[in-house]
Design a binder for this molecule. Sequence first.
Ligand code: KIV
Length: 259
Amino acid sequence: MKKWNVASIRAAKGHVKLGCCTAYDACFARLADEAGVPMILVGDSMGNNVLGFETTLPVRMEQTLSATAAVARGAKDALVVADLPFGSYQCGEDAAMANAVECLKAGADAVKLEGASERVCAFIRRLTEAGIPVLAHVGMMPQSVNAYGGWKKQGKTREEADRVLADAKAVEAAGAFAVTLECIPSDLAAEITAALSIVTVGIGAGPVCDAQWLVMHDLLGLNERVPPFVKKYADLASAVRGAFAAYVQEVAGGAFPSK
Ligand code: KIV
């Protein structure tokens, strides 16, 4: 298999839908890569899924860099996208630029960031001019959970939908090669996907997007409670718990190790 790049991801639009996921370490990145996942996101969802936090907000730049380097070592063909964590691009453009550069030095092929304000779009422009591909993120943005007052589906009224559509067009105009559409109505995701020439990657945004994200721990069933839009493709929580329990029992009972 040839290594995916932003050109081949863009070229897939309208031809083949891409099933993409997150990963946070080399082992799972290798398995996803070997299975043909075209794009792996080192999501700031590592906050909830790996680090034991309630939100993505506590994730630090050094944790993103360490996970990105691990995923890049594990993934041979997938495009690796590093998710810039909260605070890494909100505190001045030069610091933000330096953080994005570090993501590429750690092995990422692109960075992802949330929002479509004038400031964020100016930053997307600067990144793309510097040769750093950007995957944008509009709709429900987890780093804004405190501003929303909880996890809230976006784009439900026509007014909100127009804002999400305008945001998607703004990040496209700024140079993003793709845009995440999170937790918006399917019809709106379809409207945005038709209106943009860049790839839309949906999560909780229905079937019409050009590509999909699923959080690895949700799709593998490592998380037992998952959002309603998730499909679990395995039940690893039971399998892993069962394996640990069998090991503990066999050691206690003397069945393991053998002589
Ligand atoms: O961090 C993450 O997992 C994400 C997905 C919701 C796309 O941003």
